[in-house]
Design a protein around this ligand. Structure first.
Ligand code: PTJ
Length: 269
């Protein structure tokens, strides 16, 4: 019998929604599509794979330590005078709508800042953000860019980030957080690797997948925006990034121990 090939609405790139790893595969395909249309750098595929590995060892869920960091991060963004959310290729490909929603809710601009420069990439990222509803996008005009001191990579070229007091950097490569800190900026990182240089240098480290962290931040922002400045400052002052990273590492160790037990149960059968 001849088969008629149609795209089933319960599928994404041929992956049925009932597939046990549907979400993970859906985001993989967003990264692959992003690479094909210049949004994502080739190295972004590798970075995503590394992220998946770290996601696995935190249990592929937003942990209680991530939630604490998210609350502190939202408080910091609400208190900030000139906050900004830095957006690279992977972030734009994975969660464009959520980034725009958060930026609008907190009235914070998005700034495109990429490590791997390639002709057409900024435009492709701008397009995907605009398609998602973004109206305030910085970092698109080479003439307005200045260079950050202490950085040699393409990330040194910044626009609004230069004057910002709080910079959120999702999925970052190591060196920029250090440079931003030296310029007295508060840095919020979203990084699945709790011991990356970015994670360790940041003031607030959210160890979570950006695909869960940004929606969680949106929920949190809707609650915290009702608080007054004093209450927000209290949330921020109570947060201790170093102990939160330590607690995250303990969660990972416990998770691996549990996985070991579970694996042995299966192996014994
Ligand atoms: O678009 P560009 O040119 O700015 O390049 C973006 C990448 C991500 C390719 C670039 O910044 C890079 O090479 O980053 P690294 O050094 O691989 O670091 C990325 C970090 O993000 C790693 O620690 C990963 O574990 C982590 N990561 C990967 N995927 C996710 C993630 N963290 C949160 N959510 C993810 N989905």
């Amino acid at each position: 019998m001849k088969k008629i090939m149609t795209r089933n609405k319960n599928q994404n790139h041929g992956v049925p929604k009932t597939h046990p790893r549907y979400l993970s595969l859906k985001f993989r395909h967003k990264i692959i599509d992003g690479m094909k249309n210049l949004v994502v750098a080739e190295a972004g595929l590798i970075a995503h794979g590394r992220g998946e590995c770290f996601d696995y060892i935190i249990g592929e869920k937003t942990t209680k330590t991530a939630r604490k960091a998210i609350k502190a991060a939202v408080a910091a963004l609400l208190i900030a005078k000139k906050p900004v959310i830095s957006v690279n290729g992977n972030a734009a490909a994975l969660v464009p709508e959520d980034l725009v929603k958060l930026s609008k809710l907190l009235k914070i601009p998005l700034e495109i800042n990429i490590f791997y420069f390639k002709e057409g990439r900024i435009k492709a990222i701008k397009n995907i953000l605009e398609k998602a509803g973004a109206t305030d996008i910085k970092g698109t005009n080479e003439n307005k860019m200045i260079e950050l001191e202490g950085l040699e990579s393409n990330r040194r070229k910044v626009d609004y980030i230069a004057k910002a007091d709080v910079v959120m950097v999702p999925l970052e490569d190591g060196d920029r957080t250090e440079a931003l800190k030296k310029l007295n900026k508060k840095v919020i990182a979203i990084d699945l690797n709790p011991v990356s240089r970015t994670a360790l240098w940041a003031d607030i480290t959210i160890v979570d997948n950006i695909t869960r962290a940004i929606p969680e931040m949106i929920e949190c922002a809707m609650e915290l925006q009702r608080l007054d400045k004093g209450e927000l400052v209290e949330i921020l002052n109570k947060f201790d990034n170093i102990s939160n990273i330590k607690a995250t590492l303990d969660l990972i160790i416990n998770y691996i121990e549990n996985q070991k037990e579970e694996a042995f149960k299966i192996l014994k059968k």
